[in-house]
Design a protein around this ligand. Structure first.
Ligand SMILES: NC(=O)CCC(=O)C(=O)O
Length: 265
């Protein structure tokens, strides 16, 4: 399986429309890949909170249209990263879109864990409530977005639902880059799954972005890691390695569910 992880730069100097055109062109350039991945909120920037409201789109808005066409032009499965979605009957959501090679929407995932504690995304957007997996011909994707990476129970839920390749679309800050790579490897090892983690480059809203998109195999080995700048990371991997790892080192079978909290004396 060949995957292309597009670590696009999200800088304030470029308009949303220009970045949308550029992203579509980068996706088209990946014809021949099986799966292409874009990062979180790459139209606005994950930390450009002021732009969430002004740039929010309906699910089937301009980014959806551009990405559906790019997926079918390239003939690839496309995880198009996430958009600020305006739900006509509700709040904004941070919603990831996955398209099939014919350009049909295969899945939409509304980010469950919103970042910012008592400000930013955490107050501007609603929380998704459903885990999402997507069946591809050779693997099943489990979807997660950025801050979700810190919550191992979400990934365990995806594995229980059949995920073998965990895709994390992110806009992660440079300041916490060491957490990003560490957590991506941890999620791969503990879930005996591939992790494809796609971050943004550039800087917006005064927040330099981490870059360092990373692809990790089910044994925790780093198959590829980007630098800090815009880059397309291309990697070939054998999805069958998930089954062999889980057979040869069957730690997932030793889970003990329903552990009780300690009894108070
Ligand atoms: N966009 C995000 O979810 C940022 C997450 C982050 O900065 C962190 O977990 O650290």
């Amino acid at each position: 399986m060949r995957a292309s992880v597009i670590q696009i730069a999200v800088d304030e100097g470029e308009s949303v429309e220009s970045r949308r055109r550029r992203a579509a062109s980068l996706v088209r350039d990946q014809a021949g890949a099986d799966l292409v991945v874009l990062p979180e909120l790459w139209t606005t920037g994950a930390f450009a909170y002021d732009a969430f409201g002004t740039e929010a789109e309906p699910l089937e808005g301009p980014t959806y249209e551009a990405m559906a066409k790019a997926a079918s032009d390239a003939g690839v499965w496309l995880h198009a990263g996430s958009i600020p979605e305006r739900d006509p009957d509700g709040p904004l959501y941070n919603t990831s879109l996955v398209f099939s090679p014919s350009g049909d929407l295969a899945a939409a995932y509304r980010k469950i864990h919103r970042f910012g504690f008592d400000k930013g995304e955490a107050v501007l957007m609603g929380a998704g409530g459903e885990l999402v997996t997507v069946r591809l011909p050779t693997t099943t994707l489990g979807l997660a977005t950025c801050y979700d990476l810190r919550f191992p129970e979400l990934f365990r839920g995806l594995v229980d639902a059949g995920a073998e390749t965990l895709v994390v679309s992110a806009g992660w800050p440079e300041r916490r880059r060491s957490h990003w790579t560490l957590l991506a490897r941890a999620r791969a090892v503990e879930n005996q799954s591939f992790v494809l983690a796609c971050a943004t480059a550039g800087a917006h809203a005064g927040v330099p972005q981490s870059g360092h998109s990373i692809v990790v195999d089910p044994w925790g080995e780093v198959l590829a890691e980007a630098g800090a700048d815009e880059e397309v990371l291309t990697v070939e991997f054998d999805p069958g390695k998930v089954a062999t790892t889980r057979e040869q080192f069957p730690a997932l079978k030793d889970r003990i569910l329903g552990l009780q909290p300690p009894r108070r004396p």
